[in-house]
Design a protein around this ligand. Structure first.
Ligand code: NAG
Ligand code: NAG
Ligand code: NAG
Ligand code: CA
Length: 318
């Protein structure tokens, strides 16, 4: 029919973006087509949002590491970027910090605002932390349990931006404390993974600067210290701190915090040296902590909507 032919003509003109109100007599058709286009665009947007929310829910429903391997190797430089791209459940993910020669499997802690890349975890003493230089360099343990992420990885992570470290501690009575340092950075292997860090905030005490008792700063501070292991002594002590305290750490002469020490199952311990999992300003040298978690996040990390909030804000197209 003529009506249909006219509509098709208008449609073709519309698609070629050459239609004008006056000349082609398509005014009415045009208004209708524009309206339909807007409607379809809105529906498409809604469906894209719905799809994203479904992907999030699927991710949540999976076991810890099931969804992780689906994340593109090179897409995220840390867990903060993983979080920002919509993956908001804690578990295993692949990241690739800039400077890293390959992708790295990490545990992302999506609690406490999300986006934390965990670098160390002690929970029950299953993993030995009396390890060699090369083991601390490459990392060891089980990402779902106890582990050290590896000094190379921590170097690549902390030198690609401005990072905070948050240290969560728990004693055997269930008390929890934390310490957080801005501008946490670990140098490369050539510089023996030298440690530097900025201002402290927290409830556990500032063990890393050792400034809780002024005379002790000289030998207790970890600021600027190189990493040492039993087979590579870079400390300021005539002996070997890593060997005596049985773990790799940024020892001075020797320490006021050593979260890689011997895991004692009852807290209080006695030994020939203070070799426990120690955070001196909180529980002293002769108490070995139950839990230690060290995790990294860019200082400018942005916390987003929670999954629940996203789900509520997305309703299926009506
Ligand atoms: C730690 O490892 C070194 C080297 O293997 C060893 O000499 C030392 O006895 C170990 N200490 C403990 C407590 O396992
Ligand atoms: C230690 O904790 C990990 C992680 O929760 C668990 O898989 C492992 O079985 C625990 N080991 C012991 C001896 O309790
Ligand atoms: C890193 O961030 C902290 C806190 O925002 C700031 O004090 C520090 O100057 C920053 N460091 C660098 C190297 O940008
Ligand atoms: Ca020494």
């Amino acid at each position: 029919s003529t009506g249909t032919r006219h509509r098709i003509t208008c449609l073709i003109l519309y698609c070629h973006d050459t239609v004008t109100f006056a000349s082609d007599g398509c005014g009415g058709e045009l208004a209708q087509l524009r309206q339909q286009e807007q409607l379809l665009k809105r529906q498409l947007q809604k469906q894209e949002l719905l799809l994203r929310s479904l992907q999030l829910m699927t991710q949540q429903g999976n076991s810890n590491d099931a969804g992780a391997d689906q994340v593109q190797d090179t897409q995220h430089a840390d867990c903060s970027q993983v979080y920002s791209s919509g993956f908001q459940s804690s578990g295993l993910y692949r990241i690739r910090p800039s400077g890293s020669p390959s992708a790295v499997k990490v545990y992302c802690d999506m609690t406490e605002g999300g986006g934390w890349t965990v670098l160390q975890r002690r929970v029950n003493g299953t993993e030995a932390f009396n390890r060699s230089w090369i083991e601390y360099k490459d990392g060891f343990g089980d990402l779902n349990a106890e582990f050290w992420l590896g000094n190379d990885n921590v170097h690549f992570l902390t030198t690609q931006g401005n990072y905070s470290v948050k240290i969560n501690l728990e004693d055997f009575d269930g008390h929890q404390r934390y310490a957080e340092y801005k501008n946490f950075q670990v140098a490369n292997e050539k510089e023996h993974y030298r440690l530097s860090f900025g201002d402290y905030v927290g409830t556990a005490g500032d063990a890393l600067t050792g400034s809780y008792q002024v005379p002790e700063v000289k030998w207790a501070s970890h600021q600027g210290m190189k990493f040492s292991t039993y087979d590579q002594d870079n400390d300021n002590y005539k002996g070997n701190c890593a060997q005596e305290d049985k773990g790799g750490w940024w020892f001075n002469k020797c320490h006021s915090a050593n979260l890689n020490g011997v895991y004692y199952p009852n807290g209080h311990y006695s030994a020939s040296t203070d070799d426990g999992v120690v955070w001196y300003p909180w529980r002293g040298w002769w108490y070995s902590l139950k839990t230690s978690i060290m995790k990294l996040r860019p200082v400018d990390h942005k916390t987003h909507l929670t999954n629940d909030q996203v789900a509520v804000s997305l309703k299926p197209p009506s």
